[in-house]
Design a protein around this ligand. Sequence first.
Ligand code: TRP
Length: 343
Amino acid sequence: MTKKVILTGIRANNQLHIGNYFGALLPIVDMAKQHGGEYQVNLFMPDLHSFTTPIDHSQLKEQILSSIRTFVAAGLPIDNPDVHIYRQSYVPAHSELTVILNCFTGMGEMERMTQYKDKSSQLSGDRVSVGLFDYPVLMACDVLLYGSEYVPVGDDQSQHIEFMRDIAERMNTKFNQELFKLPLEVKKQHEFFGKDQGLRIKDLIDPSKKMSKSDESERGIIFLTDEPAVAAKKIMGATTDSVGEINLDYAKQPGISNLLQILALFTAKSLDDVVIEYQEQTSYGDLKKAVAEATEAFLTQFQTNYDQVDMNAVEAKLTASEAQMNEIANKTLHKVQKAIGLR
Ligand code: TRP
């Protein structure tokens, strides 16, 4: 019965843009399509991770459902019985196990986490929450409860994967039984999923930076919810250069290269083909017009798909997955509770 488990968490509390779509969302959807069946694929919303740094709570519930809806609009196969989609807070074993594993985790271990150091340094004193500090323990529980072996995440999460392996091994050794299966080491994760292909859509106004929600100016970002005509205007206003040639050269012509990349993604052509098509041309205006049209077409199609998602089917899928996940997670939790003397 037991299929190997691939698990990944998808953060929900952001307004999604095309950089998220092509860099994170679509790869996950493709992974679920490709491996669901041979593997058990767990995709979950780490909703309890949403407020480790301050957020607008009045939006959270809607944002979570809207994120799930976006995945389904992008083609997530919710009718596949081996693909599970669930919200972390609907499986209380995540929090319960976190309280337990906290007592087997060292302060020093958490203090060394680079993501914690980065994020906490951007916040002033008492806005750095214990939850932010403790984030890797909750993340370890997300993975260990299900015996997950494959955990596709970005490079910024490597240290967290190493921690999961450490805490799992520590518990197995201390209590002299296989309480947890160890996720594979980071190197093996990369062998399985292919290392990040370096797809980075850049900001339209400042193409030296990647497109990112944390930027103050939204003129450089195409959101999935943008009015298609407004998005087209953002493309027309994109920063280019004065070279007067169209080349794929991220160092010398970052703006033009970014537009070529976006055009390739929106028209589902290879980047090579797009470069060949435009290389001989000199008019930036024609390229921009083509990208603007492709952007409008993409967003119009995507937003139609989004509107057509059957939210009753999505709710039913969540309910079914959450029931199944509670069963699996509670078994692991119970094993741990017995081992440590609570049961
Ligand atoms: N920390 C991940 C991120 O920032 C999200 C996440 C939470 C996650 N729990 C997880 C990813 C468990 C994989 C497995 O992207």
